[in-house]
Design a protein around this ligand. Structure first.
Ligand SMILES: C[S@@+](CC[C@H](N)C(=O)[O-])C[C@H]1O[C@@H](n2cnc3c(N)ncnc32)[C@H](O)[C@@H]1O
Length: 227
């Protein structure tokens, strides 16, 4: 199915959220990092400014900054409304209110938009999507995937998850995925079976607590490594 902007609801997290969601250490941030499905997140921009090496891959990068900015404006109010309607699914601690959530997300997306034209020219924002990535084997040390795999378990099959995670592990020594919940703040229906199949296929899979929880009980990431 074609990836059209009208189907996308751009919603990007901040650098600080990425560090917490993936329990990234100072040492991790010095490694070659792939952000898969980074969309309009602020992670690439800030890490690049800090001297890090990071490439983001997302089908969204087919579109220009102007198109993405327009789509953010078109969808923002609806996302905020939906969040308000489902307020009980979230932990309002680090981010204390829906208004503050809107501010934090818009700030992260502004950071992205101001870096995107330059980053696209530099090859830091690459139009690509799981389950096939245009990178060489072992091109990265860590591949991150935030709020795409597992979150859309209702839309993406178990097989898609397996293929995608193996692809992340082909291009990287290690993959980390967050969160392990699907929409509605319930444990992903694919989590147990995907873990079992990856282990049976020889990968080392752990589920680890991280210092981040916004969706209730969404405080775990999956780490997948070659044995
Ligand atoms: C909910 S957003 C998450 C954005 C960012 N990772 C964050 O946490 O702020 C999901 C992202 O997945 C991207 N996406 C959609 N299909 C994809 C695919 N096949 N492979 C990789 N990313 C995809 C979307 O374009 C979107 O940017």
């Amino acid at each position: 199915m074609a990836f059209t902007l009208e189907k996308v609801v751009p919603w990007g997290r901040s650098f600080e959220e990425y560090v917490a969601m993936f329990a990234l250490s100072g040492e991790d941030l010095l490694k070659r990092i792939l952000g898969c499905g980074d969309g309009p997140a602020g992670f690439n921009s800030i890490l690049t400014k800090q001297g890090g090496y990071v490439i983001s891959a997302d089908p969204l990068y087919h579109f220009s900054a102007t198109d993405i900015a327009r789509r953010i404006d078109e969808t923002y109010e609806e996302v905020i409304k939906q969040t308000r309607n489902n307020k009980d699914e979230f932990v309002w601690q680090h981010i204390p209110s829906v208004e503050e959530l809107g501010r934090v997300r818009m700030e992260a997306m502004k950071v992205f938009l101001s870096d995107y034209p330059k980053g696209r020219k530099e090859g830091r924002y690459i139009e690509a999507g799981l389950p096939d990535l245009p990178f060489k084997d072992g091109a990265f040390d860590i591949a991150l995937c935030s709020h795409f795999l597992f979150l859309y378990s209702g839309q993406l099959s178990e097989d898609f998850h397996i293929k995608s995670i193996k692809e992340l592990c082909r291009v990287s020594s290690e993959a980390r995925i967050f969160p392990l919940l699907e929409l509605g703040a319930i444990k992903s229906r694919h989590l147990a079976s995907v873990k079992e199949r990856l282990v049976n296929d020889g990968l080392a899979v752990t589920i680890e607590k991280v210092p981040y929880e916004f969706q209730k009980s969404g405080n775990e990431m999956m780490r997948i490594k070659h044995r």
